[in-house]
Design a protein around this ligand. Structure first.
Ligand code: SF4
Ligand code: SF4
Length: 383
């Protein structure tokens, strides 16, 4: 059960202490997942040891570009976020929803899938990613029809957060009030300190399980200078944001500008590839496929990630509701930043910047909003 960190004093651990946390989580039956380098990017994968983390690496991100670079220290978490998010584990890209089997009398019995067996320990979760998970919690568990597989995975997950010491070139979590410091929603939260006093982590404790885990590794109370150093790390990161998004009145702004000429401008650049939706930690659109065996004895329904950028996604009898790139980009951006607020009570964007870095033509959601804000409805029509 995740609680507030407010009344538990922070402690200090060494890199060996972090290894101890990973070992302890594994011995408790968690699948330990964290950042590692694959195919030239920092992705989330199985890790057993701190040696699996991208020590001494950072990344350079801009619209349509991402590259790893060496750091001049051995920081284990000296980068922002890559193309992966934790969504792939809590809301897997392919998931069986049910299986139907024909009985001897010819009738079908429908069985739900087996409950998830794995419990995940997410190591290195950023503040914006905690916010994204909380947004998906509302999507999958907030209404009348809960997604029981998601809810089970989520309830079992251990969150070891890391406050950001490095902002990505496309990050704007400060604008979305989603980072760079995790204030809740974690079991443990680390701030990595690499300075003349050595390489260590300030650890905030957010849950009983986190407290028990810390009790299993060598630690010491955090002194004032370590607490101040950790505060300086996140303050410096907040000052390095690569992007900014003015959210003032954004819902009304976008809902009032559905015919703004900027939608044609962005449509001329957009490839409708759907990359932005695949990398986004809050996008949740899916489709279903039904499969039947050749003997017609067994049928199953599988849910797969989909994207509002596909024609099929809005296909109803007779055609697609959103046949143009303009209508699909507009749907995505206005849903994310405006209609999401009507639907779920918050923005659907946490300012992680992934959709900007991983757009092959470098379309930048912050730039698109700024362009509409600069020439809102009446002015745009006159022009
Ligand atoms: S905005 Fe970029 S990433 Fe998204 S669909 Fe268009 S081209 Fe692809
Ligand atoms: S819309 Fe873009 S910046 Fe916002 S959460 Fe999704 S990927 Fe991140």
């Amino acid at each position: 059960m995740v609680q507030s960190a407010a009344d538990r004093p922070p402690v200090l651990i060494s890199p060996d202490g972090l290894q101890g946390l990973i070992d302890a989580l594994a011995s408790l039956g968690y699948r330990t997942l964290g950042p590692s380098i694959r195919d030239g990017a920092i992705v989330y994968d199985d890790i057993d040891a701190i040696a699996d983390l991208p020590a001494g690496w950072t990344e350079r991100q801009d619209a349509g570009s991402y590259a790893l670079e060496r750091r001049d220290d051995g920081a284990l978490f000296g980068y922002a976020v890559g193309p992966h998010s934790w969504k792939q584990f809590l809301h897997p890209p392919i998931e069986k929803l049910w299986t139907a089997r024909r009985g001897e009398d010819g009738s079908f019995a429908v069985a739900p899938p087996e409950a998830p067996r794995e419990k995940f320990a997410f190591i290195g979760v950023r503040a914006c990613e905690i916010r994204a998970i909380e947004i998906q919690d509302k999507v999958f568990c907030g209404g009348e029809h809960r997604d029981t597989a998601y809810a089970t995975r989520r309830a079992d997950a251990f969150i070891l957060a890391v406050n950001c010491g490095e902002a990505g070139g496309t990050c704007f979590c400060v604008s979305m009030e989603a980072g760079p410091k995790a204030s809740s929603g974690f079991d443990l939260a680390l701030t990595e300190l690499v300075d003349e006093a050595g390489h260590r982590f300030l650890v905030e404790i957010g849950s009983d399980e986190g407290a028990a885990l810390i009790g299993s590794v060598a630690h010491e109370p955090a002194n004032r200078s370590a607490i101040e150093a950790a505060e300086a790390v996140v303050e410096s990161t907040a000052g390095q944001m690569g992007r900014r998004l003015d959210t003032n009145g954004i819902k009304q702004l976008l809902q009032d500008n559905l015919e703004h000429p900027r939608w044609d401008d962005v449509a001329a650049r957009c490839l409708t590839c759907g990359n932005c939706t695949m990398v986004c930690p809050t996008c949740f659109c899916t489709t279903v496929e039904d499969h039947t065996d050749l003997m017609c004895e067994t049928a199953e329904r599988v849910r797969k990630w989909d994207s509002c950028f596909t024609m099929d996604f809005s296909y109803i009898h007779g055609g697609s509701v959103r046949p143009s790139a303009k209508s699909r980009y507009r749907q995505w951006m206005t849903h994310k930043l405006a209609n999401w607020i009507d639907q779920f009570g918050s923005s659907g964007c946490v300012g992680c910047g992934r959709c900007i870095s991983w757009c092959p033509v470098g379309i930048d959601i912050t730039e698109e909003v700024a362009a509409i804000r600069a020439t809102p409805a009446e002015t745009a029509r006159e022009g």
